[in-house]
Design a binder for this molecule. Structure first.
Ligand code: NAP
Length: 243
């Protein structure tokens, strides 16, 4: 029987690369996105070219509010879908300084990065098959605090903590949970930074370059397929701060 994976934010960047890696592994894909339908359709087209006949579904489901949880749950139940893997990938940031940070922005980032995946997981627990695997996307910024976004760093630390705390809660369901903490990955998120900032980042990475989404995707695939990983956070940062 075909295996199914849900990937939040699966239409661009890291999520798209994970979709490609899991498509290669024979998974049927359910990819969510926030608003860029054109990019989502283009990604679906590219994936269908690589994996003709594969089930590749798109679903618009924003992680900034509770309706996104209902949209995904309702879609799964209406289509009789059960998942073998769930990748919580979509994430938010807020770059306001500490002095200018607003409570509503802080709460938006907390909801999207922390509350959304926790309560979606709670809701869809009965729809994940035994032997299933959940992978959260944390960040190096949750390990090495970063001055640019307090909300981002704190929520990504929380994501790592969720992974470790959830192991015991998911074990009775025979579901494993792990996380990936990427350093700097060359997606739109990073490509939009000014060249001098990108250079400053590369100067701090022992490997001397950003990570390609495809090489990171292999880590997700390994965590999903290797059944001995449980509660692990894999840091993939090219040796950041070792230079
Ligand atoms: N890139 C890095 O260097 C890096 C490093 C560490 C951790 N991360 C983490 O990796 C994850 C993915 O980052 P990325 O760089 O791959 O991002 P990206 O290239 O900007 O891709 C974003 C994807 O997430 C979706 N998305 C964005 N906001 C959303 C929302 N409010 N609700 C639902 N979906 C939303 C986008 O949909 P639309 O196209 O419709 O907006 C798109 O599919 C994030 O959790 C990020 O924190 C990234």
């Amino acid at each position: 029987m075909k295996k199914h994976v849900l990937i939040t934010g699966g239409t661009k960047g890291i999520g798209k690369a994970v979709a490609t890696a899991l498509g290669k592994a024979g998974y049927e894909l359910l990819l969510t996105y926030a608003s860029d339908e054109d990019a989502a359709l283009q990604t679906r087209g590219e994936l269908l070219k690589q994996f003709p006949g594969a089930g590749i579904r798109l679903l618009k489901a924003d992680i900034t509010g509770r309706p996104g949880i209902d949209i995904i749950y309702d879609y799964l139940t209406e289509n009789n879908l059960r998942m073998d893997a769930v990748v919580f990938n979509a994430g938010l940031t807020c770059r306001a300084s500490f002095e200018e940070m607003r409570l509503d922005e802080w709460e938006r980032v907390f909801f999207g990065n922390v509350s959304f995946p926790v309560f979606l997981l709670q809701r869809m627990l009965g729809l994940i098959n035994k032997g299933g695997s959940v992978v959260f996307t944390g960040s190096l910024m949750g390990i090495h605090p970063h001055s640019v976004s307090l909300a981002y760093g704190v929520t990504k630390s929380a994501v790592h903590s969720i992974v470790e705390n959830m192991v015991k809660f998911l074990a009775p369901y025979e579901i494993r949970v792990n996380g990936v903490a990427p350093g700097f990955v060359d997606t739109e998120w990073q490509k939009n930074k000014p060249p001098e900032i990108r250079q400053a980042i590369e100067n701090k990475i022992a490997s001397g370059r950003f990570c390609e989404p495809a090489e990171l995707a292999g880590v997700y695939r390994m965590l999903i397929e290797n059944t001995y990983f449980n509660g692990s956070i894999i840091v993939a940062d090219g040796g950041y701060s070792y230079k």
